[in-house]
Design a protein around this ligand. Structure first.
Ligand code: BG6
Length: 468
């Protein structure tokens, strides 16, 4: 087997989020967020009726988890501050929430781990949702206020800040495709939300720059955004209509954010299609161009799980009257992770690297999430040791890292890799159905942590930077 080597200064770590790990959903002054509200209102929407309440019990296991990360040879991890924990209903710091994050960051430093802090991971506080959520411009301003408070509170501790994780997901899942609470099927609303999240991002970056200039943030800090950039593909021999499907699919999900974070603009062709051709009303205000111009960041994270394959749609609108831009294209050679229903296509990360190199050559990036969630992993246990034998996880990560190494060799500015869910965690409505970790969490034994077979492999790669 060919060996690939990653640069020695390439960082290795893991990604997680506050709402999926912390637990303590109603302790220490934490307010309800939409996951808590959905759990309270309709627990049957969650796999095995496991709601948002406990995460993977990280608040009780964090010291052990940080030691595990370190022991596996990792140098960094990302988590998110929960808006509903850090800020009270009046927009001020909740001291108990702040104390928890100070303690977590202190313990991480002590463990020798760099913490990457994201400010929003699909976790809108419910009282703000009741005031319109991302459809309301005042909520964008409340978010910028929250971000500024976080920068001030932790500005001397944290080096790497991110405004949003996968900002496309809420417009799509909550407002357009009806998957997540409040389960709307309204493309007009989804566009409002997508536009306003872009504004919120830009406002937060501007606040960051002001505070940085005022010396409130450490000098070596950087700010970025994390997106699920799924490279878009269509058929090998596409028609005009297939290419048009590709343009809008790529435009809404990828170029929208790439243009915002590198140029401080939204892609003109996409806006034209939305506004002029489809009559979508965006909540634009005078001077928004100047606001969006503030959204340029220092680097980005790319979450990569699967490619996006599309073709021309067979009809123009769906059953709710929303426009249809594309239909899924089933590539004849596709390999699937059947548990999650996602295609496995490691070369996609290489293609993303080349897209950045060619279209956004100054942009530095890292793989901010990549991983494989498998259902019923307990069936794969070694009968004697009871260890999960997850060779498929080793294959998955090896194949992706190989393409990362090839991308770097071909000029991609990729500087690190974070695996998603090093320790099994709560996956939104899927709860604990699909397990992502290199480390198992036993829900029947007080959330006990147990390394899987893949953990030994990961340690070797993280320590040597040789992918074999
Ligand atoms: C990413 C998210 O989209 O994928 C994570 O940032 C999420 O929050 C991960 O958990 C895996 O997806 P899922 O739905 O299987 O948990």
């Amino acid at each position: 087997m060919a060996q690939y080597e990653l640069p020695q200064n390439f960082f290795f770590g893991a990604a997680m989020s506050g709402p999926q790990t912390e637990g303590g959903w109603n302790t220490g002054g934490k307010l309800e967020n939409l996951w808590d509200t959905w759990s309270n209102e309709d627990i049957s929407s969650f796999y095995n009726r496991v709601g948002s309440y406990v995460g993977n019990d990280f608040m009780h296991h964090y010291k052990e988890d940080l030691a595990l990360l370190k022991d596996l040879g990792l140098d960094s991890y990302r988590t998110s501050i929960q808006w509903s924990r850090l800020i009270d209903q009046d927009g001020n710091i909740n001291p108990e929430g702040a104390a928890w994050y100070h303690e977590l960051f202190r313990a991480s430093r002590e463990a020798g781990l760099e913490v990457f802090v994201n400010l929003y991971h699909f976790d809108m506080p419910t009282y703000l949702f009741r005031r319109g959520g991302w459809q309301n411009r005042e909520v964008c301003e409340a978010y910028a206020n929250y971000a500024a408070k976080a920068f001030e509170e932790f500005g001397q501790e944290i080096r790497y800040w991110f405004t949003f994780n996968e900002p496309i997901v809420e417009p799509e899942q909550r407002y357009w495709h009806g998957v997540w609470y409040p389960r709307h099927h309204n493309f007009q609303e989804a566009c409002e939300v997508q536009y306003n999240i872009s504004i919120a991002h830009a406002l937060a970056v501007s606040r960051y720059r002001e505070l940085y200039r005022a010396g409130k943030i450490r000098e070596d800090a950087r700010i970025g955004m994390i997106c699920n950039f799924s490279p878009s593909y269509t058929k090998d021999d596409p028609s005009e209509a297939d290419l048009e499907a590709l343009r809008m699919n790529d435009g809404l999900t990828n170029r929208w954010w790439l243009d915002l974070v590198t140029r401080g603009k939204l892609p003109a062709d996409v806006i034209k299609t939305l506004v002029d051709d489809l009559g979508i009303v965006l909540p634009q205000r005078p001077y928004d161009e100047a606001v969006l111009a503030g959204g340029v960041v220092d680097w980005i994270g790319c979450n990569y799980y699967q490619p996006s394959r599309v073709q021309a749609p067979s009809k123009t609108h769906d059953e709710w009257g929303n426009p249809l831009f594309a239909e899924p294209y089933i590539w004849p050679e596709r390999v699937m992770n059947e548990s999650r229903g996602w295609e496995i296509y490691p070369k996609g990360i290489y293609d993303f690297g080349m897209k950045c190199k060619n279209e956004y050559p100054e942009l530095e990036w890292f793989v901010s999430e990549n991983g494989i969630g498998i259902e019923r992993e307990y069936l794969n246990k070694d009968p004697e040791t009871q260890q999960v034998m997850d060779d498929y996880r080793i294959d998955f990560v090896r194949d992706h890292l190989t393409w990362v190494a090839r991308a770097i060799a071909d000029g991609a500015r990729c500087v690190g890799y974070h695996y998603w869910g090093l320790i099994d965690n709560w996956s939104w409505a899927n709860a604990f159905k699909n397990r992502y970790g290199f480390v198992e969490v036993d829900l029947m034994e007080n959330y006990e942590r147990r390394p899987k077979k893949s953990a030994t492999w990961l340690k070797q790669v993280a320590e040597t930077h040789v992918v074999a």
